[in-house]
Design a protein around this ligand. Structure first.
Ligand code: ADQ
Length: 466
């Protein structure tokens, strides 16, 4: 087995203390990193006055991590700036929220170059390198410029925007061209891949082969669709376990017989939280009969608080939740419980299991793992209903959910009304189909798909009869 080097903005090593409380991505990547004796490289999350390239090596649950600190200006321009104020909004189709600053581009280039300089000495001749996400698009090219000839793959965790939006990025050409330094480029869905292909054809005059290859300027890359999954079996077990059960019972008691609708998201404008609250408000104003009988629990821990748009959306949600509760609450009933903190995964599994409806309505999402977690956590005898945005990557795999247009308050209200009264047989039928997919197309399946493209020789060997 070849050694794998994973590179991502932040490194999320497995924790030795709480093995049951880590995300599927950490578990899946850790498995391969452990088995291949690999390295997980990235930013420590820490600051240093002046970048030295000093690498802090650590070993956690058998996984070696290698992290570097960044300068405050790097963090401002690369992370808060180009990654989160330019690419994140643009790639989520929110071009009016995107900020185009030359300083951000400089910081992004600087950090990608620093990453490359620091990483090159760690790469041995037979290693596979796997770069993750929008923070590090040019890293492959920086590595090639430093003589790295290894197989290098890139996976994008967020959507790829339509060509007409992409061209509003001042340095779009340079950025997209840099992707051709990779051997493999992966997306969650065919939609995102199609947008990439549209761009490559129209803007670069690239040749698209029938076998998924794209050739431009003498370089051929393989572009693949690999929808990420969760460790569904493990999550279902967690949802059945003691910590989840304690949480489920606590929720059931506090619900007092009322049906719970649950939303769990990072507080981010891409998640459609304002639109979700307004859709729920619409339901309450249309359906007097549901008053006192339902409530929405929205768990939304703040993220990226140093970015102004995130401060604005938080303020707007504070005001919306106040308005909804002010208008509809009674002395005995709070229709919207809005919680700004995170929960351990096992507790979250219990919350999902206690809910009658999972409300997952991003305006745009690369995949959305909450939708899959909600399904995996359900009780097969009495499963809740998933209401899912058409614009989440997950919708491509989860057609048995109640699919909605997240921009339409009426559609959200209708979907909620339908979900809350759905007969048991239909709930079970939809859930079984969804659970089949979530189990089959899990995180190890995703990893296998990408690794097979990154290292086709090894994949061929693996399927050859002994
Ligand atoms: P995110 O935008 O962060 O990920 P998502 O896929 O839903 O979105 O993953 C969020 C994870 O955080 C889930 O595992 C969820 O359980 C957890 N989480 C959310 N709120 C939490 C809370 N309050 N407490 C504890 N845990 C919480 C990005 C892309 C997605 C893509 C993933 C993976 O934006 O589209 O699915 O990467 O590729």
């Amino acid at each position: 087995m070849k050694r794998l080097i994973v590179v991502s903005n932040r490194v999320q090593p497995p924790s030795e203390d709480e093995p049951g409380n880590q995300g599927g991505l950490t578990v899946a990547l850790s498995t391969v990193l452990r088995e291949s004796n690999g390295i997980w490289f990235g930013w420590s999350g820490g600051e240093t006055e002046s970048f030295t390239g000093h690498i802090n090596f650590q070993k956690s649950a058998g996984v070696t991590t290698a992290t570097v600190d960044l300068e405050p200006q790097d963090i401002q321009e690369y992370y808060d700036g180009f990654a989160n104020r330019t690419l994140w909004p643009l790639f989520h189709y929110r071009v009016s929220l995107a900020e185009f600053e030359r300083g951000f581009v400089d910081g992004y280039e600087r950090v990608n170059t620093r990453f490359a300089d620091t990483l090159v000495p760690l790469i041995a001749s037979d290693d596979l390198v796997w770069v993750h996400d929008y923070h590090l698009i040019p890293l492959g090219q920086r590595l090639r410029e430093r003589g790295v000839t290894n197989r290098i793959g890139f996976f994008l965790h967020i959507p790829w925007p339509p060509m007409r939006l992409m061209v509003s990025l001042p340095n779009h050409q340079e950025l997209v061209e840099s992707l051709f330094a990779y051997d493999v480029v992966g997306f969650h869905t065919q939609d995102w891949l199609d947008s990439f292909i549209d761009y490559a054809r129209a803007q670069m005059d690239a040749t698209v082969g029938e076998d998924g290859t794209i050739t431009w300027n003498g370089r051929t890359i393989r572009a693949v669709v690999c929808p990420i999954g969760i460790d569904a079996r493990e999550f279902a077990e967690t949802a059945n376990g003691p910590a989840a059960e304690t949480m489920r019972q606590a929720m059931e008691q506090s619900a007092g017989g009322r049906a719970m609708i649950v939303g769990v998201d990072r507080l981010d404008y891409s998640k459609g939280l304002q639109e979700r609250f307004i859709g729920y408000e619409r339901l309450l104003s249309q359906r007097q009969d549901l008053h006192e009988k339902v409530f929405l629990l929205q768990i939304a821990p703040p993220s990226r608080e140093s970015v102004q748009t995130y401060q604005e959306i938080r303020a707007s949600l504070d005001s919306l939740s106040g308005r909804i509760n002010g208008e509809f609450s009674s002395v005995e009933w709070v229709p919207l419980r809005y919680v700004n903190k995170g929960y351990a995964r096992d507790a979250l599994a219990g919350v999902y299991r206690a809910a009658k409806v999972g409300l997952v309505t991003p305006l745009r999402d690369g995949m959305n793992l909450v939708a899959k977690e909600f399904v995996a956590a359900q009780d097969p005898d009495d499963p809740g209903v998933l209401v899912l945005s058409n614009f989440a990557g997950a919708a491509a795999q989860m057609s048995q959910a109640v699919l909605v247009n997240p921009y339409s308050p009426d559609e959200i209200a209708d979907a909620l009304a339908l979900a809350l009264t759905m007969p048991l047989a239909e709930r079970q039928e939809r859930w079984r189909a969804l659970m089949d997919t979530v189990l089959k197309e899990d995180v190890m399946w995703w990893l296998g798909l990408f690794m097979a493209a990154l290292d086709p020789a090894e994949a061929d060997e693996a399927v050859e009869p002994a």
